[in-house]
Structures are given as C-alpha cells and as structure tokens.
Ligand binder design. Structure first.
Ligand code: NDP
Length: 403
C-alpha cells in the first residue's frame, strides 16, 4: 500500500454530489442553502437494454430504391427503428405508390425520385446511402448509377445476375471512392452469430460435415413471384433466390469456401412455373480442409435450415434465415437443448446500422461487394456442374479452374 496521505476531497467534488442529488445530507453543513435541491429530483435514469438512436443530424440518410414487398414489409420499418440510419428519400417507378409510402413514412415529396431521375440524388445532401431492393437484373445498373451520384450502396442479394456485372459494381464503387455492401442479413441475426461463435470456439467439436436446405413455395399469383420465374430478370431459380442463403451461410459458418462442387437440378416438366428457371437444386461442396457439405433449394416446400455436424454436438438452425422466430439448438445422442431465444428483428437494424457506422467511421464492411461476387461465381460454377454433370474445381476466388 502507498504511504502517501490520502487527498482531502475538494469542495468541488462535494458540490458535484449535491447536484446529482446524492450528497445533500453529507454536504449540508458546508454548502450554501441555495445549492441544496428543494423540490423532487425525479426518478433516476433507468438501465436501458438498447441504446437510444443517435440525434437526427448524426444519422446517415438512406434512399430506398424499389417499393416492393421486401422494401415495404421489412426495410422501411427497420429504417424507422434504426439507431444510426434514417429514411430520407424513395425511388420508385410508380409515382402514386411512392407518394402514399412517402406520406406513411414522413418523406417530403421533393425527395421522391424515379429510376430515370435517380442521378439527381447527386444534388441531395440528405441522402448518404442508396439501398437497392429491386429485381436482380436491375441491381448492377442501379448500383452504378448510385455510385455515379456519389452515394454509398447497399444492394440486395443476389448481388447481380453474372460475375461480370458484379465486377462492374465493384469497379464503380472504387471509381467513386464509396462503399458497397451486399444485404446478407444473417450476419446480424443473433442465432446465426451464436452458431458461428460455437463452431469457432470448438464447442461443437470437429465439424466434418454441414448441410443446408432453403426452400419456399413459389406462387406466381403474387407480384413478387412473377419476375422470379423469368430467367432474364431473376438470373436463375431457387438456387439464386434462396439457395444463396445456404452458400453464403455455410462459407461464413465454416470459415472457408469450396474447392470443388457437383450438382444437379430438376423441374417437373408439366409445371408451367418452371419453364425458364429450376425448381429444385442440390449440390455437394468439398472444402480445402476436407469438410463436406450438401445443399438443397426448392420452390415447393417451406423450410430454411442449416446443420453443422460436429463430433461433440450438432448445431441446428431451424429456421435459420426466417424474418423472425429463428432458433438454434444443439444436440447429440444424450441431449437436445435450445441455445438461445432472442428476437431476430435485430438482423434488419443491425445490417443497416453496420453500414452507416462503417461509412461514418471509415471501417470495414462485413459483407462487401467482393463477397457478393464470390457467391455469384460459386453459383455460376454450380450451374456449370449441374448442366455438365461433372465435378467443377474452383480457385480460391471461386473462379472455375477449367475456365
Ligand atoms: P417485389 O417484386 O415485391 O419488389 C420489387 C420492386 O422493384 C417492385 O415493387 C418495383 O418497385 C421495383 N421494380 C423495378 N423494376 C421492376 C420489374 N421489372 N419488375 C418488378 N418490379 C420492379 O420483390 P421483392 O421485394 O421480393 O424482392 C426485391 C429484391 O429484394 C430482390 O433482389 C430479392 O432477391 C431481394 N429480397 C431480399 C430478401 C432478404 O431477406 N434479404 C427478401 C426478399 C427479397 P416500384 O414499383 O416502386 O418501382
């Protein structure tokens, strides 16, 4: 212990205590009467589970492009809940709908744009980020336009319909000196994040095998499914639409990308929905470490599941990538237990605020354009494998070894 005498508390410290309403009795003899609170000082500041939003002038302004089902059902409400991000503009091909949505979300009509006037965002200082939520074939062109307007871009999955388009988007980001992120929301979903932590910490034991299945019914009576059956717009069938969750999720959870793939796809010949795109896609993935994985996707059942098969425990995300209600269980022959029960809603705000934060603080994007390009290259290899019925070998950047 130090022998030095303890410093005598200064009057200033005592004053601070009285101002906080903590020390009025202690200081009563020393302080002037005018320093002692005479009325009620209110309730103390409660412990908050969530941090409050930043002041509006510190939040980044977002323009949402394409006012379809996902944008209106999930993106716009999430922007209303976000801490670092706020909705400031809308881009739509339907002026009436845009005005209705703008009124609902408090957006002034001066901040409504059409696809042909998107370039005018360059003059709008209330917009920092453009979020592309349109059908897949338009992602590349709209992203390039947004970069030309000097904005940062969050683009929905799949990044684009070809690796060449993805490269164009990455090049445009570099030329503009702006950031590009792909909207892989599972990276902010608490159950997925916990599964990754468990696997990385060795809690599952050695994981030699993983499997992932992403299926959802396709109903062309819904507008959002009408473009999904058209190859020129969707880029492919269930693999690009939802199988991409298996591909991105497994590479993230396993921490590596495959070096060889085999695949097959199937569409019932008498089903008019699948004349251009596949219904069912299945594949086997071999990873450099020797780990194997299988994936399946389809447009019939409704299931979104990932299993990491460790020699101590199997981690099961089921559902893995739903909008809400995702679950993580671990099991073996002796036990099965739920690991955590948390709302999945945070995945949407987490994704938006991550991008606002890395823009404001010049940090690294967790799901950058390069990741989107990697996944589209892998999809191209999988279609090659399925159409040739051969194994396709891959370089580390997911380009095909045999061209
Ligand atoms: P919708 O069809 O519901 O919405 C797409 C919107 O894009 C339309 O409402 C329209 O908005 C605009 N649009 C522009 N050009 C076209 C066109 N040629 N045909 C149809 N719409 C057009 O689709 P989703 O909301 O389901 O999907 C949009 C994107 O979001 C896709 O890339 C999809 O993969 C992705 N998505 C991502 C999800 C996720 O969880 N991350 C979930 C669902 C979708 P307007 O009338 O305003 O111009």
């Amino acid at each position: 212990m130090s022998d030095e005498p303890r410093p005598v508390p200064s009057r200033r410290l005592f004053m601070t205590g009285s101002v906080l309403g903590l020390g009025s009795l202690v200081v009563a003899g020393r302080a002037d009467a005018k320093d002692i609170p005479t009325g009620p000082t209110g309730r103390p500041q409660p412990q908050l589970e969530q941090e409050p939003p930043l002041p509006a002038d510190k939040q980044l302004g977002w323009a949402v492009v394409g006012l379809g089902h996902y944008a209106q059902q999930y993106v716009l409400p999430a922007l209303g809940r976000a801490r670092r991000s706020k909705l400031t503009a809308l881009v739509s091909g339907n002026a009436d709908k845009a005005r209705t949505v703008a009124a609902r979300h408090g957006i002034k009509t001066a901040n409504l744009y059409g696809y042909d006037t998107l370039g005018r965002l360059a003059q709008n200082r209330e917009v920092d980020v453009v979020y592309i939520v349109t059908p897949n074939s338009s992602h590349a062109e709209l992203t390039v336009k947004a970069f030309e307007a000097g904005k940062h871009v969050l683009c929905e999955k799949p990044m684009a319909n070809s690796s060449a388009e993805c490269q164009r988007m990455i090049d445009a980001a570099k030329a503009a000196g702006r950031k590009l992120m792909i909207a892989y929301r599972a990276h902010w979903e608490p159950h997925n994040v916990r599964a990754k932590e468990m696997r990385d910490a060795g809690e599952l034991g050695k994981v030699w095998f993983a499997s992932s299945d992403h299926h959802r019914p396709l109903d062309p009576s819904r507008p959002r499914d009408q473009w999904r059956v058209k190859k020129a717009i969707a880029g492919g069938g269930s693999l690009v639409d939802i199988g991409i969750y298996s591909l991105n999720g497994l590479q993230w959870l396993l921490g590596e990308s495959p070096n060889a793939v085999s695949a097959s796809m199937f569409s019932p010949p008498d089903d008019a929905r699948f004349t251009e795109v596949e219904n069912v896609f299945t594949a086997e993935l071999v990873f450099p470490s020797g780990v194997r994985a299988t994936i399946s996707s389809g447009y019939t059942a409704d299931k979104k599941r990932i299993d990491l098969w460790g020699d101590k425990l199997v981690a099961t995300l089921d559902p893995a990538t739903a909008y809400d209600g995702n679950r993580l269980t671990v099991s073996n022959a002796q036990k099965a237990e739920e690991v955590l029960t948390e709302s999945s809603a945070e995945q949407f705000t987490g994704e938006l605020d991550h991008f606002s934060q890395v823009i404001a603080e010049k940090g690294e994007v967790r799901t950058p354009g390069e990741m989107g390009l990697r996944d589209i290259r892998l999809i191209e290899a999988l279609y090659r494998a399925a159409s040739t019925r051969t194994w396709v070998e891959l370089n580390a950047d997911m380009t095909m070894k045999n061209g």
